[in-house]
Ligand binder design. Sequence first.
Ligand code: FAD
Length: 292
Amino acid sequence: MLTKDLFSRPYPTFSLEVFPPKTKSSVETIYTTLSGLKGLPVDFISVTYGAGGSDTQKNKTCEIASLIKQEYSIEPVAHLTCVSSTREELKATLSQLKENGIENILALRGDIPEGVEPKHDFYHANELASFIKAHYPECNLLGACYPEVHSEAKDMDQDIQNLKHKVDAGVSHLITQLFFDNSHFYYFLEKLRAAGVDTPVEAGIMPLTNLGQVQRMVGMCGASVPNELSTLVNRYADSPEDLAKAGTEYALNQIYDLIRHGVDGIHLYTMNNVALAQTVTKAVLPAMGRSL
Ligand code: FAD
């Protein structure tokens, strides 16, 4: 199933993101995560790819995506980044994805980690999208977008003009960077549609469940934290359980508001937290008018 076909239905799409374990010793944990997600009626599960990160993580993306498809009968989406790979390396990865029947690929630039040499074969995600389409034309491409503007773009207009290159290269479905304030998403979507991009956009939502996560997320993706959320974080700073509960409730309210505004889909950043994925899925699907 190609994810682009999900958007003709009369209700929003709902999907999850998982990541491969960072070290060999924790590889088993992904099997526990996937077993916990088994049976959840989600539309697809995407698997991240470590740009320039550990080879264990990189090699695991295809393996985990195949497992999701074969063992759990859920449609997988494999993330793939290009800045730290050569054309030959990416050709080999694409052959592996094709052999394993992975038909949906999230084409990303990735970021060069400190101390890692870029490979200079690719500079932007649209180049990867064209490369994938040339070598694996039947696959379906997804792309990333940024309601609060990508950190390297001058402004939203420039970011959207750049985003159009990705769509022109064959990206049929976009997923946003996480955000905590829906007004950023609505404003971005308005600008995107006005610029003539009518590709479906899934809203990326991450429930904040611990303090360290708040600091990391703000640092890594530049997501702004509205007063309401920072008040919650401060109020429950000494009570991790209450903070997790309040963070999940905050995310659910964000999602309900997005559904009321006719969102194309919700993509949940699960952080491999099974209990959280189960709680959110069981609350969100009925709110979308879908059965569990
Ligand atoms: P691009 O689309 O190339 O955009 C990057 C910057 O370049 C933007 O400022 C854009 O405006 C500009 N730009 C784009 N095209 C052009 C062009 N043709 N000419 C000039 N400027 C241009 N990272 C990982 O390492 N692994 C993952 O699995 C992963 N998954 C992600 C999933 C989602 C949903 C999102 C939102 C991000 C993910 N990332 C992941 C992070 C991502 O790799 C970074 O945000 C990266 O900085 C940008 O990637 P991109 O594909 O959006 O890049």
